[in-house]
Design a protein around this ligand. Structure first.
Ligand code: ATP
Length: 259
């Protein structure tokens, strides 16, 4: 659990279009790293390249290197399905399987990963994952109800339970609160604070207060100009980025002067 990601000279392409250029950064384990920056600068694209989801788009590819505790994730013999198992993802809109029960949703990733287990083991995974996602107390009496019977915030925590059920090393979160109300957002932020004890977490957010509240490190991305690829402008301790960033563009962005 909780491994380190080392990204070196990463460029990301959609066919002929270079969306991101020359990103080099280290993502520390047992910490939250926030990706911030204006729309279109490639935050989600970088996030999806980290667990090899970018390449499922036709003609999409990367250059450079991404290593998980030293292992090259794009190495010749590396199975992308195994990468996606060890680097889980939570999306902007909660996406539980709507007709599947709450319990079955938690186990869905394990089924896909072909794990055979007894009923008792399954029950244990369901309980520990739901506890891990701060959802157990709210759903323990209705585990057989469909995933769609939960509120949006609960559905998002169910998706997090599904992601942690397979015991990943890293959790990627792409604007996990943008479809949620403020109370549900706080519940997810609390949860992120708890999960970072066990996982490496990367979160894309447009909400500056959220980045300041939940993250330890912040990476600011920007576009050099219209039609230019996105790039990493700077990355530092969140406190430093929000109080005394190195680059003027970072200061302008976090103070709301552009973006
Ligand atoms: N499937 C795709 N095919 C082609 N180009 C894409 C695709 N997805 C994203 N892009 C382009 O890649 C660039 C980066 O997009 P991306 O969604 O990663 O930015 P972002 O910083 O996450 O933006 P936002 O904050 O609006 O979500 C943009 O120019 C976008 O149009």
């Amino acid at each position: 659990m909780a491994k380190r990601l080392d990204i070196s000279d990463l460029s990301i392409f959609y066919g002929d279009f270079k969306a991101v250029e020359g990103v080099t950064m280290a993502v520390e384990p047992r910490a939250v790293t926030a990706f911030i920056g204006p729309s279109g600068c490639g935050k989600s694209t970088v996030l999806r390249s980290l667990n090899r989801m970018h390449e499922v788009i036709p003609r999409a590819y990367i250059t450079g290197k991404i290593a998980l505790d030293g292992e090259d994730l794009y190495g010749r013999d590396v199975d992308p399905v195994r990468v996606r198992r060890s680097i889980g993802m939570v999306f902007q809109r909660p996406n539980p399987f709507p007709t599947m029960s709450i319990a079955a949703n938690v186990l869905a990733g394990m089924k896909l990963n072909n794990k055979r287990m007894s009923k008792a083991q399954a029950d244990e995974v369901v309980e520990s994952s739901l506890r891990g996602a701060n959802l157990w107390n709210e759903v323990k009496d209705r585990l057989n109800k469909p995933g769609s019977s939960l509120s949006g915030g609960q559905q998002q925590r169910l998706c997090i339970a599904r992601a942690i059920a397979v015991e990943p090393d890293v959790l990627l979160m792409d604007e996990p609160c943008s479809a949620l109300d403020p109370i549900s957002t706080l519940a997810i932020e609390d949860l992120i604070g708890k999960l970072k004890q066990d996982y490496t977490i990367v979160i894309v957010t447009h909400n500056m207060q959220q980045a300041a509240r939940v993250s330890d490190q912040t990476a600011f991305f920007n576009l050099a100009g219209v039609g230019q690829p996105g790039r990493l402008v700077e990355m530092d301790a969140t406190e430093k980025i929000f109080s005394n960033p190195h680059e003027k563009a970072t200061e302008d962005y976090i103070s709301g002067r552009f973006g």
